[in-house]
Design a protein around this ligand. Sequence first.
Ligand code: SF4
Length: 263
Amino acid sequence: MEHDILSTTGRIFDIQRYSIHDGPGIRTIVFLKGCALRCRWCCNPESQRFEVENMFFAGKDETMGYDVTVGEVLQSVMKDMFFYRRSGGGLTLSGGEAMLQPDFAVDLLKACHAEGINTCIETTAIAKWEVIERFLENLDFVYMDIKHMNNEKHREFTGQPNTKIIEHAIRIAASGAKLTMRTPVIPGFNDTVEEISDIAKFVKMLPGSPHLHLLPYHRLGEDKYKGLNRDYFYAGVPPMDMKHMQPLLKAAQREGVECQIGG
Ligand code: SF4
């Protein structure tokens, strides 16, 4: 019997419309639940665990995580066809890490393509290569994080080594995917000229020389940690200011990479 992709189920925690920072044009972002990393600065801590959980936020208890079919998500995504057509936008998968729910995520990408909606993912690409290939066949744009070139520091601040991430960035770039690399710039983690230069050197040598987006640290997720009864490593640390970002931007540009601040 033929597989009905619209009935494949997955677990998400949010759908956001009218985004202009997560891929080209005006986009709908579908946030999938579950992540392999535990970044100390994560602004979506409710994304990290796959389990459904309660979060007290903005004065009320909210349930984070619900199960949906591809067909249900597609209905939401299709509400903004007009904007996608006018702006070159479409669907972006985010999280969490969408590659941890490959059956649901890939079927959603296929369903969007069947409706003429372009597709993008925000990912760290920590998955088996066979899984990543399934995604690449159904993606128009890939936004991939590269957080640090030093393996030990990467492990200390995210809970995972960077070896697979680096290997997969090279393979994704070599596949011909339309790849953009992104680096969240985090105080005390990767916010020096040397650290950003190292990342820019790596990005410059990738096949196709992708662009690099430097995303300044912000603390918009801080209240969510309280709402989840978890400690926030960066409690009280102010957002990254532009005076600090400018030399980092210049350092990346000196390495010959096309770079900008923000997504
Ligand atoms: S990879 Fe993204 S979603 Fe996962 S923990 Fe890090 S910042 Fe959060």
